[in-house]
Design a protein around this ligand. Structure first.
Ligand SMILES: O=P(O)(O)OC[C@H]1O[C@H](OP(=O)(O)OP(=O)(O)O)[C@H](O)[C@@H]1O
Ligand SMILES: O=c1cc[nH]c(=O)[nH]1
Ligand SMILES: [Mg+2]
Length: 209
């Protein structure tokens, strides 16, 4: 069964409070999502493998540890996932970026895929699929299905806010995909919005309300 990690770091929680606030405007919202994505990337990369490397400091030769060249890929679920990409790339600039375009039909709440583009060496990469919101779980389940279909085998899912319903559904559909979240909220409302949540992440990021 997939593990669920909730990042309760004080900086993440503090910034998330501003992200949720209805009075936070688009510019600040975007900056905060970017910052929280960086902080979450710091935590999520905790298990990256290291190798010993010989270097020379100004003082003497030394054996130091460096990342052992694991290939990473970041896959935002369009649109809102885009808001988390730059924050992650600040820490892992060599990661390749794939895109999965999905929107949630407002009536059925089912995801509709409209775009998919991944790096060519899919099988060799570890992927972090990112989206600020895990609500019913339909979009994350579909996006992960889509990248598995294209050959991805090693996948993590990272979001800002999740509803318990979404976590359960994602765990059931993809038991091999660990889930990393900044906050686990109370529930979904009748329109499939996370309560208390932050509203529509895509609209708040891009000012399209
Ligand atoms: O877990 P689910 O019930 O599938 O809902 C979550 C999805 O809904 C939002 O996207 P939306 O459909 O609003 O598209 P957008 O990012 O283009 O605004 C959000 O960014 C997720 O992708
Ligand atoms: O609360 C929610 C649920 C789905 N998508 C969002 O952007 N927000
Ligand atoms: Mg949206």
């Amino acid at each position: 069964m997939a593990k669920v990690y909730v990042f309760d770091h004080p900086l993440i929680q503090h910034k998330l409070a501003y992200i949720r606030d209805i009075n936070t405007g688009t510019k600040e919202f975007r900056e905060l999502v970017d910052e929280v994505a960086t902080l979450m990337a710091f935590e999520i990369t905790r298990d990256l493998p290291l190798e010993e490397v010989e270097i020379e400091t100004p003082v003497q030769k030394a054996t130091v540890k460096m990342l052992s060249g694991k290939k990473l890929g970041v896959v935002p679920i369009l649109r809102a996932g885009i808001g988390m990409v730059d924050g992650i790339l600040k820490l892992i600039p060599a990661a390749k970026v794939g895109h999965i375009g999905l929107y949630r039909d407002p009536q059925t709440l089912k995801p509709v895929e409209y775009y998919a583009k991944l790096p060519s060496d899919v099988e060799e990469r570890e992927f972090i699929v990112v989206d600020p919101m895990l609500a019913t779980g339909g979009s994350a389940i579909e996006a992960i299905q889509s990248i598995k279909k294209r050959g991805a085998v090693n996948i993590k899912f990272m979001c800002l806010i999740a509803a318990p319903e979404g976590v359960d559904a994602l765990q059931a559909a993809h038991p091999d995909v660990d889930i990393y979240i900044a906050a686990l909220d109370e529930k979904l409302n009748d329109h499939g919005y996370i309560v208390p949540g932050l509203g529509d992440a895509g609209d708040r990021l891009f000012g399209t309300k």
